[in-house]
Design a protein around this ligand. Structure first.
Ligand code: MN
Length: 316
């Protein structure tokens, strides 16, 4: 099942190019603050499932193109992110560590945004803001200290995630914490529908204002350094994981800058496809980024031109 959040926090099930509004069926109050209805829905999903399926025939429907997709879990108690979890990204960043020996960092839930909301670039003169294409794991049940073999029991579903970052050498979290720097979506695809997540193709394109589009990133989750069971287990070894917590699983090589007018498109096999526009905002100005910084990421041709055509075809 594909669980979307849209407009003023309504909950929908995506079927084809339509979204069926099940907000009332699952008892979501769109005026609630803090916005933890989605966390509760994930926790209690098994008990709502029959009512949701019954409602699919009678509940109001909207065309996906006529709603604004929001982030599925806006008040995730934490967004856990594994840095340098693909070897080729480690090489391009010239990083001397990998996620399996480094652990994770956190992004604030206030950085979460949805497929229908643009990434807003902060005012960081002379800096590059980069995309990182990542598979998101959404936690379904509270857990702490689990075994590697138990991981699947605690996963609710998966989504596409963009871990946006101002490149530099300042605190990682500072550079990754801006509002809209963690688009997640376009919805959560439940784990039963995705099946085995350990061999999923993932790709990211950037379309520029002139209409040209370039493939920037392409990998398979089979290339992860610390794999999906390992990431869930490691996070739960440190912290109590809660329903709705999100794990950003790391990005492959090919990270690069986006500018005002670009559109970032990410596809993950059996999970979904999300396009997010990029606009220049007026906020985010601090003295931290006053000094210009030149990125020294080693550029390399990662996806040969002939393979790019095949990937384009596969994504349609
Ligand atoms: Mn990342």
């Amino acid at each position: 099942m594909k669980i979307a959040r849209f407009d003023e926090g309504r909950i929908g099930v995506v079927i084809g190019d339509e979204v069926v509004d099940v907000t009332d069926v699952v008892g979501i109050d769109t005026d609630e603050w803090p916005v933890v209805g989605p966390n509760r829905l994930i926790r209690d999903f098994a008990s709502h499932r029959d009512a949701i399926e019954d409602a699919l025939h009678s509940a109001p429907r909207h065309r996906l193109g006529e709603v604004t997709l929001r982030t599925p879990v806006p008040w995730a108690s934490k967004v856990i992110a594994y840095p340098v979890n693909y070897h080729d990204h480690g090489r391009e960043m010239q990083a001397g560590y990998r996620a399996d020996i480094q652990g994770f960092f956190l992004k604030p839930s206030s950085s979460l945004s949805g497929a229908g909301e643009p990434v807003e670039l902060p005012v960081v003169p002379g800096r590059e803001v980069h995309h990182e294409s990542e598979l998101a794991i959404v936690i379904g049940k509270r857990c702490h200290n689990i075994t590697r073999e138990e991981w699947e029991e605690y996963v609710f579903g998966y989504a596409c995630l963009l871990d946006m970052v101002v490149r530099g050498r300042e605190e990682r979290v500072f550079r990754k914490a801006f509002d809209t720097f963690c688009p997640v979506g376009p919805w959560i695809t439940t784990a039963d529908e995705v099946g085995d997540p350990t061999q999923l193709d993932m790709a990211l394109w950037v379309r520029h204002a002139d209409g040209t589009e370039e493939l920037r990133q392409h990998t398979n989750t089979g290339n992860l350094v610390l794999d999906i069971p390992g990431m869930v287990q490691m996070a739960a070894a440190v912290m109590t994981l809660e329903p709705g917590d999100i794990i950003a699983t790391g990005t492959p090589a090919g990270v690069g800058p986006v500018v005002d007018g670009d559109t970032i498109r990410i596809t993950i096999e059996r999970v979904g496809e999300m396009s997010v526009s990029v606009v220049q905002g007026a906020s985010g100005q601090t003295e931290v980024f006053a000094t210009p910084y030149t990125t020294d990421i080693a550029k390399q041709e990662l996806v040969p031109a002939d393979q790019q055509v095949a990937i384009e075809e596969g994504a349609k």
